[in-house]
Every structure is written in structure tokens, then in C-alpha cells.
Design a protein around this ligand. Structure first.
Ligand SMILES: Nc1ncnc2c1ncn2[C@@H]1O[C@H](COP(=O)(O)OP(=O)(O)OP(=O)(O)O)[C@@H](O)[C@H]1O
Ligand SMILES: [Mg+2]
Length: 262
């Protein structure tokens, strides 16, 4: 199991006030899964994502990532775990504005201590895999939203993490770019990358194979009638084929009835 969160509680301490946000959240994700987390604004999605992403610690509960207890580690070891296991994609891309696409993608490799030439080679490879080979030297301001998000994905994947975490990855994209992004996620998942994605959109959640709902910091598994986009396309194609067959049968019956004159 790649993710194992059990009985997670999270309160924020704001001086006098304690704000309880997550209540007894348990979430188990197997290697290779593609999970969507849906919930209204303020329900605790980003709070949960920050804990999964080792960017924040819960108030109580346990969390194992790849079988390793991450909560008893100091901040430095947590950063190390993050670098080794996780890729992040955010709604607002979080690219460095003055750096080229190539430099942005190469950044995690700087932290990983990879040498410059190798960094450039790997960053170029990652950008090519998201179709941005002709935009390597562009700065974020010279890229479209969809292209910026693809740079962010290349950056997330350059260390070859096993788990991709995405917080509203299509939140700032139009529907066409969103679909392109979901195709890219699908490809990564087909290649074995585990994905946990937060989204407001049921259409986007439909690309995942499993959906969890979070309301007021309480998580629940959605069980009914959830099919992913690939299954839906397959079902629509089957239905269309059935309709075509029915039309052919009807036409042939009509020919029989009219003695072949229709
Ligand atoms: N650092 C903080 N200190 C105090 N309260 C916080 C802090 N961060 C978040 N909260 C509170 O926790 C709750 C959940 O916030 P969170 O960002 O997890 O929501 P969300 O589900 O991601 O919402 P959205 O869909 O709007 O991004 C909110 O009520 C928010 O006010
Ligand atoms: Mg959020």
C-alpha cells in the first residue's frame, strides 16, 4: 500500500481559537490507483493534501507512505521523503516567473543533487514527454495556462515519483486544456504512477477510478454508479453500435414487408 492514513485529526491553532478541520480521516490507497477527492470549499481538502504531501503534520493519527511512518521524522527527513516519493501539481501552477520552462522543471533535480548537464537532459526529456519540446526556453508569462500546467507536470514527474498529488489541477484551465491534462494524467496512471487528485468538478473526478467525498472534514468513499471516462466512452460506443444495429434490423424488416421496394 502506497498511502495509509488512519484516524487523522487536524486542528489549526490561531492564537486563542482552535479550528478543527479534519475529523478521523482514514484513507488507504494502493499502488497504481487513481483517486479523486471531492468536497465543497473549506471542507479540508487542501489541509488533507498538505498532510499527504508531507508539507504539514496532523494533530493526531498515523500516516505511512510506502510503508514508512512519516510522522516520526524531523522536517529535514520529511523533505527528503517528499523529494523521493512525491510530485505536486497545483491549481495556480507555482512556477518561478523569471526562470525558463527548462529551469523550472530542472529545479527538483537541483535539490536532489543531480549535476547540471544531467539535470538539463532530464528536464528536456520531461518537457518533451508533455509535448513542450519547442517551449523549453519560454518563461511562464510566455506560455498559455494549459502549457504552464504541463510544465508543472513535467516538474512533478522529473524525479520519477511513484505518487502524483494534484490540488485542483484544472481549476485555472478551460475545458479543452482540462481534457488534455486529464489525458496526460491517464497516461501517467497507465504507466503505473499513483494519482491522488482534488477537484470540484464531477467531470474531472470521472477520470479517476475511485472517488472520495469530504464534507466538513469527514471523508467517505463513494460507491454508487461511478464509472471513469474511459469506461464511459466505451459504453457510449457500445450503445451507438447497438442503435446502428437496431436501425439496420428495422430497415431490413421494412424491406421484407414491402417486398424489397423500400
Ligand atoms: N493555516 C490555517 N489556520 C487556520 N485555519 C486554517 C488554516 N488553513 C486552513 N484553515 C481552515 O481550514 C478549513 C479547510 O481549509 P482547506 O484549505 O483545507 O479547504 P479546501 O477544502 O481546500 O477549500 P477550497 O476548495 O476552497 O480550496 C477552512 O475553514 C480554513 O479556514
Ligand atoms: Mg483547497
Amino acid at each position: 500500500m502506497i498511502l495509509k492514513l488512519d484516524h487523522i485529526y487536524k486542528d489549526y491553532n490561531t492564537g486563542k481559537l482552535v479550528v478543527p478541520v479534519l475529523h478521523d480521516v482514514s484513507l488507504h490507497v494502493e499502488e497504481g490507483e487513481y483517486v479523486a477527492i471531492m468536497g465543497p470549499s473549506g471542507s479540508g481538502k487542501s489541509t488533507l493534501m498538505n498532510i499527504i504531501g508531507c508539507l504539514d503534520r496532523p494533530t493526531s493519527g498515523s500516516y505511512e507512505l510506502n510503508g514508512e511512518n512519516v510522522l516520526n521524522k524531523d522536517d529535514r527527513s520529511m523533505a527528503e521523503i517528499r523529494l523521493r516519493n512525491l510530485g505536486f501539481v497545483f491549481q495556480n501552477f507555482q512556477l518561478l516567473p523569471k526562470q525558463s520552462a527548462l529551469e523550472n522543471v530542472a529545479l527538483p533535480l537541483v535539490y536532489a543533487g543531480v549535476r547540471r548537464r544531467e539535470r538539463q537532459r532530464r528536464a528536456a526529456e520531461a518537457l518533451t514527454s508533455v509535448g513542450l519540446q519547442d517551449r523549453m526556453n519560454f518563461q511562464p508569462s510566455q506560455l498559455s495556462g494549459g502549457q504552464k500546467q504541463r510544465v508543472a507536470i513535467a516538474r512533478a514527474m522529473v524525479n520519477k515519483p511513484r505518487l502524483l498529488l494534484a490540488d485542483e489541477p484544472t481549476g485555472a484551465l478551460d475545458s479543452h486544456s482540462s481534457i488534455e491534462l486529464m489525458k496526460l494524467f491517464q497516461r501517467l496512471n497507465d504507466d503505473g504512477v499513483t494519482i491522488v487528485m482534488i477537484t470540484h468538478s464531477p467531470d474531472i473526478a470521472a477520470y479517476a477510478r475511485r472517488t472520495c467525498d469530504i464534507f466538513d472534514g469527514v471523508i467517505s468513499e463513494r460507491r454508487s454508479g461511478h464509472i471513469n471516462a474511459a469506461q464511459r466512452a466505451e459504453k457510449e460506443a457500445e450503445e451507438e453500435a447497438e442503435r446502428a444495429l437496431a436501425r439496420m434490423r428495422q430497415a431490413s424488416r421494412r424491406r421484407e414487408q414491402t417486398g424489397g421496394l423500400a
